[in-house]
Design a binder for this molecule. Structure first.
Ligand code: BTN
Length: 325
């Protein structure tokens, strides 16, 4: 690992505290002048590092540059083994992660970006991904699942994100089936799960779980202005909140994936349902049908009751909440 990254790792682990320059040099088997040069390079990259004579270097708490080093200290459990690849601007983390997976990238590879120029949503829509006000990332998973159980990955991801938002932002997060996350009446996160299937074995080759969270995004495009929101009005400046949030999602995701077929997370999903007991519109191709959402079943399907009394469990598709007239 390049010296600059080794130093950044140590500074991130001691964020807000002073790290002695001589000790750093000793620990990394380099000269103090090499440490000084690496600090200068980090400052040039935009890191707020203060140097205090006879004391050492300090990465200020309000530093907000996302890196593998800034996320890693917050990883727990099996997520510790995740491989983090952080970039500033990409086309779409899902598109790139798919290429990486097809080229053999291992399970637990996570591609994270602070901006996407071609962010993709469900149903071929765009996902608004402006620079630095949100975070956009894709996780490569290779679970041994049959096709039916593969659909649960997206349910698990919704729970992982909702719980992380609640822990980090201190707000109540609801899940609009299948996997949009709402805070209040606003969608703050979208999840796009894409998979490659092995038709011969009838199993999943890999899945890409793409997550886009609006952290403090404002000025949404006209067409989503009414429904889109962010988890913070303004994010706190004195902590690495974005890094903590990504780590928390990864920690939860690793945990949920362990129990994917036990479906322990289903209760957490149900209890956050944005739809249960609401009057909704089920969109089936060009047709729309009025219904009431009544449950999420054991296969994570949305159970709806139509006005003519028919009950149906929906596997996938799109629904919207009916406006009260
Ligand atoms: C939706 O709301 O329809 C799903 C949006 C998913 C957006 C995320 S952002 C990271 C990943 N990369 C993409 O291009 N899309 C997903």
């Amino acid at each position: 690992m390049e010296l600059k990254h080794q130093i950044l790792r140590i500074l991130e682990e001691n964020r807000g505290n002073t790290v002695n320059g001589a000790k750093l040099a000793n620990e990394l088997y380099v000269t103090r002048s090499a440490v000084w040069k690496a600090m200068k390079a980090l400052q040039k990259d935009g890191y707020h590092i203060t140097a205090v004579t006879n004391k050492g270097y300090c990465l200020l708490s309000q530093n907000d540059i996302i890196s593998a080093e800034s996320i890693r200290p917050y990883l727990k459990g099996e997520a510790i083994d995740f491989e983090l690849d952080v970039r500033q601007q990409v086309t779409s983390t899902n598109t790139l992660a798919k290429e990486m997976a097809a080229n053999g990238a291992r399970e637990g590879t996570v591609l994270i970006a602070t901006e996407q120029t071609q962010g993709r949503g469900r149903m071929g829509r765009n996902f608004y991904s402006p620079q630095s006000s949100g975070i956009y990332f894709s996780i490569i998973l290779r679970p041994k699942l049959n096709l039916e159980d593969s659909l649960l990955i997206t349910t698990a991801a919704a729970v992982a994100v909702a719980q992380a938002i609640e822990a980090v932002a201190g707000v109540k997060a609801e899940i609009k089936w299948v996997n949009d996350i709402f805070v209040g009446e606003k969608k703050v996160c979208g999840i796009l799960t894409e998979a490659s299937l092995n038709f011969e074995s009838g199993s999943l080759e890999y899945a890409i779980v793409g997550i886009g969270i609006n952290i403090e995004t404002r000025d949404f495009p006209e067409e989503i202005k009414q429904v889109a929101g962010s988890i913070f009005e303004e994010k706190p400046v004195d902590s690495p909140i974005t890094s903590v949030l990504v780590a928390e999602v990864l920690n939860n995701m690793a945990k949920c994936m362990n129990s994917i077929t036990d479906k322990e997370y289903l209760e957490a999903y149900r209890s956050r349902s944005f739809l249960i007991n609401k009057d909704i519109i089920v969109i089936k191709g060009k047709e729309t049908v009025n219904a009431k959402a009544i449950d999420i079943d054991e296969k994570a399907r949305l159970v709806v009751a139509y006005e003519d009394g028919r009950i149906e469990a929906l596997n996938s598709g799109e629904v919207s909440v009916r406006a009260i007239k």
